[in-house]
Write a new protein. Sequence first.
Length: 290
Amino acid sequence: MTNEQTAVKATYFSIISNAALALIKGLAGFFGNSYALTADAIESTTDIFSSLLVLFGIKYSNKPADENHPYGHGRAEPLVTFVVVGFLITSATIIAYESISNIRTPHELPKSWTLIVLGIIILWKEYSFRLVLKRSKESNSSSLRADAWHHRSDAITSVAAFIGISIALILGKGYESADDWAALFAAGFILYNSYMIFRPALGEIMDEHLYDDLIVEIRKIALHVEGVVNTEKCFIRKAGMKYHVDLHAIVNSEISVREGHEISHLLKDTLRKEIPEIGHVLIHIEPTKY
């Protein structure tokens, strides 16, 4: 299975999961008098749209290079991640606003059976987070990683709702707003996660140096290529699910231009074979110094 297929499959899982949970949470929140569950439903609804955006980003970023985009369309993925973060911030703002309004408005205690619903949701969302995060690492997808953290955010908001409802039910009258305080806390956590998702995507757009381990691996592979004496500069930038590499390779200064050219092609082919996540490779040949 290719990286794209892995990412697409995980995104379809997220869409179906979020749609089902948004319906369950919405109904449970309405009939169970729990705004924390309703807040959860709001986040799951925005997650459906953000997962659809992730799906679009993954498919578009994997379009082959063309005349106008010689390096491919990989940068579409972090751009989609920015939009996904916008969805998260919007949902957090709505939840916070409604929570504050409900705290100041007298209302009934949540129903005790909502705790059972929340317990099942927490377990499912944590499983979903781990599954999608694993797929994001396998496919090198930043937008899929953002989608995974949506699941973790959902699990945390559900935990907050569970605690809030438990406090309200145990302490009884006068503590009805504990449920709403839980939703407010969840909104703050969503905002924090938004930054954690936004930061790596920004680094990708800005070609930030983040790939020391990959550089070490590239240098190690290069030294096993016949004709390569050593390596010098090595720069890496990520675009979508691919890493583009600029590498300076040192070769014997006495060889011909043709031989140097052949070594550079062999090095390029070897790197792409050993590390399938590598996209474009630019090899600059440097002569040995005496």
